[in-house]
Design a protein around this ligand. Sequence first.
Ligand code: ATP
Length: 293
Amino acid sequence: MKDSITKKAYGKINLSLDVLGRREDGYHLVKMVMQTVGIYDTLTIERAEEEEITLSTDSGVIPGGPDNLVWRAAKVCRREFGIRDGLRIHLEKRIPIAAGMAGGSTDAAAVFTGLRDLYAPEITNGRLRELALPLGADIPYCITGGTQLSEGIGEILTRLPAAPSNDLIVVKPDLYVSTGWVYGAYDSIPEAEVIHPDVDAQVQAIRDGDLYAMAAACGNVLEQKTGAEYPVIGELEQFLTEHGAVRAIMTGSGPAVFAIFDDHGKAETAFAALQSAKKYESCQKFLTGFVNP
Ligand code: ATP
């Protein structure tokens, strides 16, 4: 048996995000198209003598101990896979934190798949998704990633053909937006005023391999209020579309914004303009693309 494993944990964007209602326990019922992107954290997991989990990270921002999703995922795996060894985990953080890119969820998913590969290769992805769901609704999607339709609270997953490939800019403004606030703000909008994206149209566009129809159907129901509260989100979208993006919207609960391009040269030019814009100096910026692991 190997003594260590290194995994890339990729972030995601929401090509679309709709909220269909709420469960009695308060969870929102969603319908969204998720897409893995080329921005990733790196996890190294080593077998250790000590009978415990230790976690180190190069991020000065996220918690290092039992509050980290990585630690919690490792604890579930130790119990479920009967792991007696201690585990030494190191997390190199590159995905913007609290951005709407499922950073914590994808790290947790990498722990589930990594420890399965090391200790319990017979465990299926389906079983991993069941074990992961109580830790976070986006973790089941992150177990395999790629292009997927996510429904229910995130546990009903339908794999789609890889979304039409393109260049992508992701920008995270330097502000903190609480996910709880975003959903609360969404709940305060009267239903008649909610602008729902056409997720079915987007799924069809992806099945047809039609980049323009897919981009036209991009929409995020959580942006209505969040965008009004934080104008920089809309300003970034306008900047990116004026610089050639086919479409730009907020991902997940925000505040990161992504822009889809139909041409690599246009994406590079827009990225250079973004990097030299004084106004967006403090933003985290990435020129990247879709990934289908
Ligand atoms: P989502 O798209 O699922 O809403 P997010 O991208 O908005 O997620 P995360 O980056 O996962 O948000 O971080 C949300 C919070 O979770 C942070 O405030 C952070 O302190 C906590 N957290 C716990 N573990 C991690 C982790 N491994 N990486 C990032 N954040 C973590």
